[in-house]
Design a protein around this ligand. Sequence first.
Ligand code: MG
Length: 393
Amino acid sequence: MNGRVAAVVVAAGRGHRAGGDMPKQYRQIAGEPVIRPTLSAFLGHPQIAAVQTVIHRDDAEAFQAATAGLKDLLPPAWGGATRQASVHAGLEALRAAAPDVVLIHDAARPFLSATLITRAIEAAREHGAAVPAIVIADTVKQIDEHELITATLDRNRLRTVQTPQAFAYELIVGSHRRAAAAGRDDFTDDAALAEWAGHRVRVFAGEPGNVKLTTSDDFVRAEMLRMAALADVRTGSGFDVHAFTDGDHVMLGGVRIPHTHGVTGHSDADVALHALVDAILGALAEGDIGQHFPPSDPQWRGAASEKFLAFACERVHARGGMIAHLDVTIVCEGPRVSPHRDAIRARIAAITGIPVGRIGIKATTSEKMGFTGRGEGLVAMATATVRLPWSAA
Ligand code: MG
């Protein structure tokens, strides 16, 4: 039996236990919102045909920002008052995709592997209802309301369960409809709901690393793990020059700055962004800006250089990495850069998605010496620090 497999990713919770000023699924780990690697794991799996996210109405903007550029994601469904209602909404939204198997997963578990997804699909096909489970290493005690131990449980018969929980689609949709009709809205996982509906639910091997991020400590640990994995730390440098010509403004770091001259160049001639692009490409050892955007190609005439910088960032993400820091030095007698420093940093932060605190902008003159000193043009030098997953290459 080889039908369509879909995933429902539940992201409608408010997640206040984790602290912070936004729901935990949108908080960043190593420069990436938690929900993004979760969704990427499903979108990138060869057997998953449709990925349905369920979000809170208040989070529409955060969701758009967190998932920008992810391909093939279905428009999100709105969550309900409980986790159970949110899952139900996601399942009903998948009706048109006509899956035969559906995996239901928490957005706050970003570390699941492709192997676990494959195992979940196989288990659902074989058993109709199955959930990933972890063997308990600690001895488990039952206690009473006075914190007195009343029993030592046989841990060989106990498991903690995770997501993705995997089901035949009609089985789990039918169970949700029955639970809703019966006025039950208190099931905290879909296995319990399927059991209530009279189905037999099997367990299969979960993954110890597939943790649910719940507390602040979980986030600290996850950040440390992620940064340890991004151990290939590289520095790239970039350099760019453009000559002044007639005009009334220059583009610097994506910001339009009024000036007595304009700048010659094929694109918008933004030396700061061009130097940054080369710095990032240099860190990746993936050529230079001229190779990716040839000046001979008419499509780049007058182009906003922000496109080039966004492209360089995409290359970093495609390699599974992050930009840790960007630094630019601009050399010119004029215009004065310092009044625009914060605007430039904010613009670069908006293009790259990295925090302003990781973007340095400096300016200097060349003491009236050389071509910059004579006011013939301007120069930018940049460095980029990029972290990639460790590999031998
Ligand atoms: Mg240039």
